[in-house]
Design a protein around this ligand. Structure first.
Ligand code: GTP
Ligand code: MG
Length: 341
């Protein structure tokens, strides 16, 4: 899944990108999007590997997209925001250093996203109204679309993100191709200039439906570059509490409503991503489209059972290996083997 890093100029997006992906942002690419992968940490992979001794370990990753910052006079905003249209989740980086007021910027940036969606929807509504005036075979469909878009327009105009509307699946399908920004889950990341970060001061500024995390991106990056003893000394001297990389990645997973499941064998132990509430056949499709097409069942066990009992054979003997149908909802800790033809 793509995670779009957005925000105003100089808020710390590229520093964040470098910290969580370990890649260097290329300054010559500063006007376009840069992409790198960030593996999702999962401590339960280790006990799983002790059991299977696999040849290969593969962790699911998020695709992190760094974008050029928006300017406060809105020049070029639409072009820059177009770079994150495909993202499944937005991380909005807001500076609270160098004279920037994070609380103002949180609401200003939210307004920028609302305006971007408003532009798209009002353009479409105008066009639909024109088209409906004339007799044409798809008139009913166009009328239906208009009836979905008009309340969305009203919501945006009232300062409400479209995520708050709770569209039904039909409506969602109808507007999917517009890749609207305020339909995406969003995490506001306050980049604090302080060494000891107090998150509570921002909590009243969180827009409805968004999540917030405050940390010092530059400092966290520096801490990760120190060796362990140096780091421990520094942390205890400064009396700071860390909000480390793993914590942030888990938070992004939570906000974007994604979870992990496992596949395991002697060849490979691997984690995979699936949306929360995703089914066995969707899990199969995430592994390979062929597995979804030929899906018969998902042999499923829970990782806690496997680790406790020590082997797949014991799990089977205890009747804890389940055979699940395509509509089974994947649970946290599921290890699955897809049977297919
Ligand atoms: N004081 C302070 N400065 C920071 C922090 N994080 C980043 N900076 C500085 O802010 C400047 C901008 O950081 P970048 O990461 O390049 O910001 P950006 O959001 O990618 O900027 P654009 O791509 O131009 O929009 C750099 O000079 C960083 O060194 C921080 O936590 N505290
Ligand atoms: Mg940058």
């Amino acid at each position: 899944m793509k995670i779009g890093l957005v925000g105003y100029q100089g808020s710390g997006k590229s520093t964040l990108f470098e910290w969580i992906t370990g890649e260097t942002a290329d300054p010559s690419q500063a006007f376009s999007a840069q992409t790198a992968m960030a593996a999702v940490p999962e401590p339960r992979v280790e006990p799983l590997c002790e059991i299977y001794q696999p040849k290969k370990i593969t962790l699911a990753s998020l695709e992190i997209v760094d974008t050029p910052g928006l300017s406060r006079d809105h020049s070029g905003s639409a072009q820059k925001l177009a770079l994150i249209r495909e993202a499944g989740c937005l991380v909005i980086v807001v500076a609270d250093f160098g004279g920037n007021d994070a609380k103002d910027d949180i609401s200003n940036f939210d307004a920028d996203l609302l305006i971007a969606d408003l532009d798209i929807i009002s353009g479409r509504i105008e066009r639909l109204r024109e088209q409906i005036k004339k007799p044409r075979p798809d008139r009913d469909e166009l009328q239906k679309e208009l009836e979905v878009l008009e309340p969305m327009y009203a919501a945006l105009e009232g300062g409400k993100a479209l995520r708050e509307l709770e569209l039904n699946p039909d409506q969602e399908k109808m507007v999917r191709s517009f890749q609207l920004l305020t339909l995406k889950p969003r995490l506001i990341l306050v980049n604090s200039g302080d060494e000891a970060v107090d998150q509570s001061q921002y909590e009243n500024s969180i827009p409805e439906g968004a999540d917030l995390l405050a940390l010092n991106i530059g400092l966290e990056q520096e801490l990760d570059q120190m060796d362990a003893s140096e780091r421990d000394e520094f942390i205890s001297e400064m009396g700071i509490e860390r909000s480390d990389r793993d914590h942030l990645i888990r938070k992004i997973m939570h906000v974007s409503e994604q979870m992990l499941f496992f596949t395991a064998g002697e060849k490979e132990v691997r984690t995979w991503m699936i949306r929360k509430g995703g089914t066995a056949v969707e899990a199969a499709g995430n592994i390979h489209t062929d597995l979804a097409q030929g899906f018969i069942r998902a042999e499923t066990m829970n990782i806690d059972d496997l680790v406790r009992l020590g082997s797949e054979r014991e799990v089977k003997a205890e009747n804890l290996l389940r055979r699940e149908p395509r509509e089974y909802v994947i649970q946290d800790g599921d290890i699955i083997t897809i049977q297919h033809n």
